[in-house]
Design a binder for this molecule. Sequence first.
Ligand code: GLA
Length: 327
Amino acid sequence: MRLWKSAIMAGAAVMIALSSAYAADVKIGFIVKQPEEPWFQDEWKFAEVAAKEKGFTLVKIGAEDGEKLQSAIDNLGAQGAQGFIVCTPDVKLGPGIVAKAEANGLKVMTVDDRLVDADGKPLEAVPHMGISATKIGEAVGEAIAAEIKKRGWDPKTVGAIRVSYDQLPTAVDRVDGAIAALKAAGFPAENIFDAPQAKTDTEAALNAATVVLNKHADIKNWVAFGLNDEAVLGAVRATESVGIPAANVIGVGIGGAESAINEFKKADATGFVGTVIISPKRHGYETALNMYDWIANDKAPPALTLTAGQLALRDNYEAVRKDLGIE
Ligand code: GLA
């Protein structure tokens, strides 16, 4: 009897040792399109937390274009990784990314930007975590409409800058959501001007918004919305550079990472009045855990997870962050 018992215990010990040895062998890539953006830095930070918890190795890679992405995937394969999470620089690379992953024997799941096929349809077989883009866009539009009302502006005299990046479906959904809410609040559609950005960073948004402002120099009051905080910050910087005072500008972003918080901390209020805070913790930590479970326990991630956002304004962002458990 005692012999049996110790044999079982020894077996269990071997199993535990085996499974932790296995965890140590798990290597997961986390590839992002814009490594310098605070949102992606935060995603990496939270993915690292999952790696420490489970004891796997996280390989963080920045891939700003398709070529870098292709070699990043090959690299992960050569390093003996088993899977990766990716926010691609171009969603149209979808089928190519899937093929590369397969060729390297890697599991793949996407975060933030969902892959599409040649017809622009989402690749539903690839597990994805993104934000509820339309709803969050609506929250942006509602916040802008409320601020227009508060300032007593006549919407007919206000210009709106739609900082756009139409090759990215989530960007389209976000700005469409904002426009729907603005229209519902009585904002005239003909006062909305498109500012297409070449890249999804602040500088590209600044350049795009400047063109709109110069074209409509007669408009005194402006609102701005776009894909993320960087887009809206670019538009706000553009209004400043052409000499429009902050009191005449309402910008509401999406993100709530460092770039937005730094803006709120400025002693003088700028035209960047709010942001819809989204969760890099869910996008970084949960996707990394999902991938780990898939590799180590053969449990595939949910096909589609859409995360929520919470509006924060300059004067209540600290309370909202506290409420959301962000330190
Ligand atoms: C896109 C944007 C990022 C961020 C994420 C959130 O990838 O480019 O700035 O908003 O979506 O999912």
